[in-house]
Design a protein around this ligand. Structure first.
Ligand code: TYD
Length: 133
């Protein structure tokens, strides 16, 4: 079985002479009910974030400003996605190992999550992760 590593989502972009407005509604554009929002900024091209898998959480990542890269793997297949468009989301299913890196100085990476925060559902050791897959 080939596990889904990610899915690209395209949000409605209402642009007019006043600027842009992008909409992402939970359970409609986002394939889950949104329980949590956090955002990452002030990172740069020297750091690697993430480096974990989540037992229970699904995520959608949106670079609302700037750009970053995301490496996704299930321990067998591996893909890299560049995020640089505010109207594009990256859906990440449960139990996918992810690493975010190469942040532009102006990067604001918005993350929508399907769960409330629970450190206990994080797998932060890659060897442990691959042994579970
Ligand atoms: P961390 O998981 O290391 O961030 P990243 O995946 O981007 O590398 O989280 C950094 C800190 O923030 C850590 O102390 C846990 C805390 N945190 C919360 O309290 N709630 C949250 O929803 C998240 C994502 C992190």
């Amino acid at each position: 079985m080939v596990r889904e590593l990610y899915r690209k989502l395209n949000f409605s972009d209402f642009g007019d002479e006043r600027g842009k407005l992008v909409v992402a509604e939970g359970e409609l554009d986002i394939p889950f009910a949104i329980q949590r929002v956090f955002y990452i900024y002030g990172s740069d091209d020297s750091v690697i974030r993430g480096q974990h898998a989540n037992r229970n959480s699904e995520f959608v990542l949106i670079n609302v400003a700037g750009s970053s890269k995301v490496m996704l793997t299930d321990g067998k297949n591996k893909e890299t996605v560049t995020l640089s468009r505010p109207m594009e989301g990256l859906y990440i299913p449960k139990m996918i190992w992810k690493e975010m890196y190469d942040f532009s100085p102006d990067s604001v990476l918005l993350v929508l999550a399907s769960t409330h925060y629970d450190e206990g559902e994080y797998i932060r050791d890659y060897e442990q992760y691959t042994s579970m897959m």
